[in-house]
Ligand binder design. Structure first.
Ligand code: ADP
Length: 804
């Protein structure tokens, strides 16, 4: 192309719709540049005109300088088609697409003198085209991605393609709805003929036609297990979406379906279960709301899931403010809350229920004691999932129990042991009675024999010799003495040895010899009965034996001769038995004292606390318990004293004191507990005795309580003191049942009790008087009784006045 310089041509270039820039081929300086070129380049005229081309477009220089150089060199034009160029336009770096031509302008000699650059920008077309391509690609990728996602989706998914709605894609879950049925590649209504004529068919067809999606929950779809088989009711939740091609035309349906048949069944079961549970809850509710017991359930987070009315009331809360909250929210103290938490953990670990007792302050009732049972609630795997409990207020019962349990238990134990001891005593009494009877019998025989054979003493002795007893007789005038062979044996001599009275006495153990002598003297001088149990040391064998000898002073008929005759038995075994019994009693009594002391204290405290109780039983119970405990104390002390006495450990601690004051004290104390009898003290001046005040006090107590025990209610008991010489005589007189002559002689014996219809219901052990007598004797005093059956009794004792 050859340009002829000229104004018109220049104008044509400047206004051309294509960017044109003309350069000097030697210098590459811009000589002509038009507006269109400047517009594409995004530069001002001054930036380009008269400037070297590559200085203006330095960013494209590396790519296109060689092409331009080639054009100049070869004279052939260079076409750049839709080249992407990075340019600084209006100060911004931009990527643009241009189509340009480097076109050589030759002079007449054919040498390239100028280069014209023709430029057309097509950035917009290019980007639009590219976008379109990218979108299509993305669309395809997206569809692929969807498809692969569909294949793995947990829902049943299929794609139905074309107007025939052919299964193009079926994911495994969808296939599982229809196991064994061929779907892929087949039109839906052919593969699933059971849908034909159902509303679902219309729905599907409609989605394809209108492009409007359709969704439905829990629709009943009768489907056959296999093609052509009988249909079963199945439930599906599904959605049909129109499936569009890349041109946005509906060309299929995307179906997403969930088989909810199982869920529907479960829901049905759940509904039924819920109804059942509701019914049960109502029943349970009725039961639990009517009980005063506290009932509750808490879960393993220690939060209450159930509380009954009683507990709500106690907390002063409503269901909503109670359930879902923990112990501390309900004001449980820290120790209490942690205790239940520990228990919960324990139940979870052991799966066993647990019972406990707890005391804490109730909002209005003060300190209460609660008995509670916690049981595990198991889930279907047999694991503990909650704790259910009931709590009962046992304060009242507990108080009673606590106060009475100890006392009644201990009383019970004491009673039982006492009963046992009692039985033993009864047995021993029987034995003694038997011996007595035997003696009486032998005595009778003796007398009879005496009368019969009067002068024939030998015959008599022979008769008795038949028994196991030793016998003796002594003519009180001639002091002629006869000892039977058995008696000699009992004293450790040979049966045929010649033995005198003195020989026999010589074998009596030293500490008893004087006593025996005195008693014999009493028989000879006063004619009293001889009865002594004493130890002898065998003459030959040196063995100790206990013998009981009973003798009487006897007048032989038709003769002026008097005899002291008697019978002796070996009572070693009884004696040893006695000793053991004694030890036992001593031990038991001693052991009983300690619990009894604490029992006394407890009962006294309980008494003072419960005295004013509103419950009349409670108020009275401790009073009675107190009395019983006191009685028990006395008895036990009695037994202890007997045992001490027997083992010679009863200590008498003598001090000077005022006897009258002591009597007054005893009477006052007795009057505190006795309201059935009138007790009066007469004529008692103050007298000082030197004695063991406690022990003498117990004698007076014993006499007064006997007077009360053995006389009817309403009668009076009178106490007097009288100075007789250098002694004081104290008497206790009652208007009671009295004593027969026979019994009078025995009441001071150990364990002796009058057996009659009057006394059978009165409890006692027969040791009070025995002990009293022993105590008085150790004070060098006397004790005796005046009495007539039915006329009352007066018991006396005397004590020497204190010297000085
Ligand atoms: P206890 O009264 O425990 O049986 P005691 O040794 O005090 O034992 O009395 C022995 C027995 O003497 C009593 O069982 C009773 O038969 C009789 N006795 C005691 N005191 C009286 C009395 N005041 N009146 C009638 N009998 C009495």
């Amino acid at each position: 192309m050859v340009f002829a310089d000229g104004e018109d041509l220049h104008k044509t270039i400047l206004t051309a719709p294509i960017g044109i820039c003309v350069l000097n081929a030697d210098t590459l300086v811009t000589e002509i540049v038009n507006d269109k070129f400047l517009q594409v380049a995004g530069k001002h005229y001054d930036e380009v005109f008269g400037k070297r081309y590559w200085e203006v477009f330095s960013e494209t220089r590396p790519y296109h300088e060689p092409a331009m150089a080639d054009v100049i060199k070869t004279g052939e034009p260079f076409y750049g088609n839709e080249v992407e160029v990075t340019l600084t336009r209006h100060g911004h770096i931009e990527n643009i697409f241009v189509t340009f031509v480097y076109s050589p302008v030759k002079d007449k000699a054919g040498k390239v003198s100028k280069v014209s650059v023709w430029v057309l920008e097509n950035t917009q077309q290019v980007t639009e085209r590219e976008k379109e391509v990218a979108e299509k690609l993305a669309f395809r990728r997206e569809r692929d991605r969807f498809k692969s996602f569909f294949m793995q989706a947990p829902a049943g998914i299929c794609i139905l393609r074309g107007p025939q709605l052919v299964y193009e894609l079926v994911n495994p879950v969808y296939q599982q709805f229809l196991p064994g049925r061929t779907l892929l590649g087949r039109p839906i209504f052919e593969a699933m003929p059971e849908l034909v004529g159902t509303p679902l068919q219309d729905i599907i067809v409609n989605v394809y036609k209108t492009g409007v999606p359709f969704e439905m929950n829990e629709l009943l779809v009768p489907i056959a297990e296999y093609e052509g088989g009988p249909t079963q009711d199945r439930y599906f939740s599904f959605s049909y979406q129109p499936w569009r091609d890349e041109n946005d035309h509906v060309d299929g349906i995307l179906a997403i379906a969930f088989d909810v048949t199982g869920m529907m069944t479960v829901q049905q079961q759940l509904r039924e279960a819920r109804e059942q549970a509701d019914r049960q809850k109502r029943i349970y509710e009725t039961i639990t709301s009517e009980t005063p017991d506290l009932m509750y359930v808490w879960d393993l987070d220690y939060k209450f899931t159930y509380v009954n009315k009683a507990l709500l009331n106690m907390w002063g809360k409503t269901w909503d403010t109670a359930v879902g909250y923990g112990f501390r929210d309900h004001g449980y103290e820290e120790w209490h809350a942690t205790m239940h938490e520990r228990e919960t953990d324990k139940i979870v670990a052991t799966k066993r229920p647990l019972r406990g007792e707890v005391a804490f302050p109730h909002a209005t009732l003060g300190r209460r004691i609660y008995d509670y049972i916690l049981v595990p609630v198991f889930n279907e795997h047999g694991e503990v999932e909650a704790i259910a409990g009931t709590t009962r207020d046992v304060s009242e019962r507990k108080l009673l129990e606590e106060e009475l349990a100890k006392s009644s238990e201990e009383l019970q134990a004491i009673n039982e042991e006492m009963a046992a001891t009692n039985e033993e005593q009864a047995a021993s009494n029987e034995e003694l009675t038997a011996t007595n009877n035997q003696l009486a019998l032998v005595n009778e025989q003796l007398l009879e024999a005496r009368q019969k054979v009067e002068t024939s003493e030998t015959a008599l002795h022979l008769a008795i010799e038949a028994s196991d007893s030793g016998t003796y007789s002594m003519n009180t005038k001639t002091l002629e003495f006869y000892a039977s062979p058995r008696l000699k044996e009992l004293h450790g001599f040979g049966r045929d040895e010649n033995v005198t009275y003195e020989d026999l006495v010589g074998q009596i153990r030293e500490d008893y010899r004087q006593i025996a002598h005195d008693k014999v003297q009493a028989v000879l001088t006063k004619g009293t009965k001889f009865d002594l149990t004493f130890p002898v040391i065998g003459f030959h064998d040196g063995k100790q034996r206990w013998l009981r000898s009973v003798g009487t002073f006897q007048q032989v008929t038709n003769s002026s001769d008097t005899y002291f005759a008697g019978i002796t038995n070996d009572v070693t075994e009884q004696k040893e038995d006695d000793q053991r019994k004694n030890d036992f009693i001593g031990m038991v009594s001693h052991e009983l004292k300690t619990p009894l002391t604490s029992l006394t204290a407890i009962v006294q405290v309980a008494n003072s606390k419960l005295k004013n109780s509103e419950d009349p039983f409670l108020a009275g119970a401790m009073e009675k318990a107190n009395l019983q405990v006191k009685r028990m104390s006395k008895m036990i002390n009695g037994f202890l004293n007997v045992s001490r006495l027997e083992s010679a450990k009863l200590l008498i601690d003598k001090k000077a004191f005022d006897l009258h004051g002591l009597i007054e004290d005893v009477v006052k104390e007795t009057a505190l507990t006795v309201s059935t009898h009138q007790i009066t003290v007469h004529q008692c001046d103050s007298v000082t005795v030197n004695a063991d005040a406690d022990k003498i006090g117990s004698v007076v107590t014993n006499l007064i309580s006997n007077a009360i025990k053995y006389s009817p209610k309403g009668k009076s008991v009178e106490i007097t003191c009288e100075l007789v010489g250098d002694k004081v005589h104290v008497s206790v007189k009652d208007e009671g049942i009295g004593l027969s002559t026979e019994d009078k002689a025995k009441v001071f014996e150990r364990y002796f009790r009058v057996e009659s219809s009057n006394t059978r219901h009165i409890s006692g052990f027969g040791i009070g008087l025995y002990l009293s007598a022993e105590i008085i004797h150790r004070h060098d005093g006397e004790i005796w009784v005046d009495s007539e059956p039915g006329e009352g009794s007066t018991f006396y004792f005397s004590l020497p006045l204190a010297k000085e």
